[in-house]
Ligand binder design. Structure first.
Ligand SMILES: [Zn+2]
Ligand SMILES: [Zn+2]
Length: 166
């Protein structure tokens, strides 16, 4: 494989994973997978969450992809690599930056601040219904998201917390 094919595959899998993560978060985690995702939305003082099991499942799938790719397909191996890159970005942004599980830095401006606000607004709803901002790396304007939350509260689509801690 040439280097530009590799770069293309890695970039496409990183971008594809953001789409997949959005879809899985909205329809699986807030759908039939809610039993695992629920404790991520509720206050607690435990180190691990049941929600972390999703990372174990995705990690196992990627491990299998690496193994099959190693013997059969370079493209599959590099796709698995791209997914891993996304996993690292996701972990730094979601677990690190937003939830401060292994470092504490509160961004005051720029896109990093927007990312934190957008995901905190995801946590503004109670229960699995409704909600905004299901992606992790691509964040919409927080003002728009607040508007949408207000709308969901008024139409009864979601239970929204009074204070969103922003
Ligand atoms: Zn969620
Ligand atoms: Zn979160």
């Amino acid at each position: 494989m040439s280097w530009w094919q590799i770069v293309l595959i890695v970039l496409a899998s990183v971008a594809g994973m953001e789409l997949f993560a959005w879809w899985a978060h909205k329809y699986v985690m807030h759908g039939w997978g809610w039993a695992w995702h629920r404790d991520h939305h509720e206050p607690h003082d435990k180190t691990l969450e049941k929600n972390d099991l999703f990372a174990v499942v995705f990690g196992t799938i990627v491990f299998v992809m690496f193994a099959i790719g190693y013997y059969m397909s370079d493209a599959l191996w590099w796709t698995a690599f791209g997914i891993t890159v996304y996993g690292v970005i996701y972990s730094v942004v979601h677990d690190g930056l937003v939830h401060q599980r292994y470092f504490r830095w509160v961004p005051r401006r720029g896109y990093a601040k927007r990312l934190v606000q957008a995901h905190k607004l995801h946590h503004a709803t109670v229960g699995k219904e409704g909600g905004v901002s299901f992606g992790f790396v691509f964040a919409r304007n927080p003002l728009r998201l607040k508007e949408e939350l207000r709308c969901q509260r008024e139409t009864g689509q979601a239970v929204v917390r009074e204070r969103t801690d922003l």
